[in-house]
Design a protein around this ligand. Structure first.
Ligand SMILES: *Cc1c(COP(=O)(O)O)cnc(C)c1O
Length: 455
């Protein structure tokens, strides 16, 4: 083993190799030296584990690879062929062309982000977006923050800290990524009062739990799971009435900010912010990058007095939205204002794709791929903690992996590791690609990537 350590080249010897001299043309010498030291440390650790000493060439190659990996742009684009429209791990909602231009316009130079151009004085970053959100949801007031989790934290911290919040036991849930309703409540120093049972809760359960310490009722949309069978949840409007009779607030976490009626697309009806406001919620909270189809953002719409309390809380500054997301969010909301969301907002264009379009695309893909490809019927899902259990009928390209060592899992891995990277599903020993979540622009690259992976 000691001999193996001695066989390792010195830092200086490695730095003198042509590959690493070339690397030093791109990176500062200190950085190259530090990468070399790091590689030698890894080699020593490997020797300790029983490995042989790597040669100088192998070490230099590893240093170059490590450097390339460091400067490789990330997150890198991938083609989402999973058919999951809002895929949280793949960045949720792709943005519309107008939203992208809006980001570019404000990113390139200065903007009136917090400046009133008419008065020539400080303005509010919320005033324009608030007007749009009022138009779209019917709410008196609105504000936007970093994401829905922070909207929830801000709402509870500013409206219920030190007091009790009543939640149905079936809604004290985990949304995903460690976001748990009870933990957000405790973080905001509000105490959770759970009422009812996991499957059945009635307005009287809420009423019986009211104390002088109660600040609000919280209703959380079960966005990523479904309780079926013997169930009951109170109607939102009934909870609102009860809350207001007792001078309490009704906070509604909608999860997905769905402004359109999902039932028109053959799915279950997803509650909308408009309905929540019409039912009398004091504040309704939702995400910008789920069914709204915009950038990451948390949106709060509701009563003017309630939104004002949120906006004045010190946390509001800590969770404020950045100008790029704000620009993209406004552009996305304008698509709804103009009634063009199903054409212009990518998430809705995907949901609205017709069976005929999808069948035709899957058939063309199958023909291009040749004997390993077949067009089959299947299902896409909305995902992103929206419409659990709901699917949309689609057409898929199924790739036969027979004879490929490692089978369908290996073929899917080749697609992921290809350029561009393609993420697909594996089902019944076949690799499945869904045209619903692949844009027409991505199609030629996708088909090339498939032919490379099959070669
Ligand atoms: C997704 C979701 C959240 C968290 O929203 P982010 O925008 O991801 O922070 C909160 N509540 C519900 C019900 C959700 O579905």
């Amino acid at each position: 083993m000691t001999q193996a350590y001695r066989n390792l080249p010195s830092v200086d010897k490695l730095l003198a190799l042509p590959e690493l001299k070339e690397l030093a043309d791109v990176l500062p010498q200190d950085t190259v030296t530090s990468l070399v030291r790091h590689q030698l440390d890894s080699a020593r650790a490997a020797i300790k584990g029983g490995a042989e000493a790597p040669g100088s060439k192998a070490l230099a190659a590893a240093v170059v690879e490590h450097a390339r990996d460091l400067w490789h742009p990330r997150p890198q684009p991938v083609i989402n062929a999973t058919g999951v429209v809002i895929h949280t791990n793949l960045g949720r909602a792709p943005l519309s062309g107008d939203a992208l231009s809006a980001i570019r316009r404000v990113a390139e130079g200065y903007s009136d982000l917090e400046y009133d151009l008419a008065e020539g004085e400080r303005g509010s970053r919320h005033s324009h977006v608030e007007e749009l959100l009022r138009q779209l949801t019917g709410a008196e007031a609105a504000m936007v923050v970093n994401n829905n989790a922070s909207a929830m934290l801000l709402a509870l911290s500013s409206l219920a800290t030190g007091r009790e919040v009543i939640v149905s036991r079936g809604e004290a849930v985990e949304i995903g990524g460690g976001f748990r309703v009870p933990e957000v409540l405790s973080q905001s120093r509000a105490s959770l009062v759970e009422v009812g049972t996991t499957n059945r809760t009635y307005p009287r359960d809420f009423e019986n739990a009211i104390t002088p310490q109660t600040a609000a009722f919280l209703s959380v949309h079960a966005s990523n799971f479904k309780v079926v069978g013997f169930t009951n949840a109170p109607e939102l409007a009934d909870l609102v009435t009860l809350a207001h009779q007792h001078e309490l607030l009704l906070l509604h976490d909608l999860g997905s900010g769905c402004l359109l009626d999902t039932a028109e697309y053959g799915m279950a009806h997803e509650p909308t912010p408009q309905e929540s406001i019409a039912a009398g919620s004091d504040v309704a909270l939702f995400s910008g990058d789920k069914l709204l189809g915009g950038p990451q953002a948390g949106i709060a719409v509701g009563k003017a007095e309630v939104i004002q309390r949120m906006a004045r809380h010190p946390l509001a500054r800590a969770v404020r939205i950045d100008k790029l997301s704000l620009a993209a969010l406004m552009a996305t909301l304008v698509h709804y204002l103009k009634g063009e969301a199903t054409e212009k907002v990518p998430v809705w264009a995907m949901i609205a794709s017709t069976n005929e379009e999808l069948q035709e695309r899957a058939a063309i893909w199958a023909r291009t791929v040749g004997k390993r490809g077949t067009a089959i019927q299947g299902e896409s899902t909305v995902g992103g903690g929206s419409l659990p259990g709901e699917t949309l009928p689609t057409w898929l390209l199924a790739l036969d992996a027979e004879g490929i060592p490692g089978g369908a899992a290996e073929l899917a891995r080749r697609l992921r590791k290809g350029t561009p990277s393609v993420v697909a599903r594996v089902q019944d020993e076949k690799v499945i690609l869904d045209p619903r979540t692949v844009s027409l622009d991505e199609e030629p690259q996708l088909l090339d990537a498939v032919s490379v992976a099959l070669a």
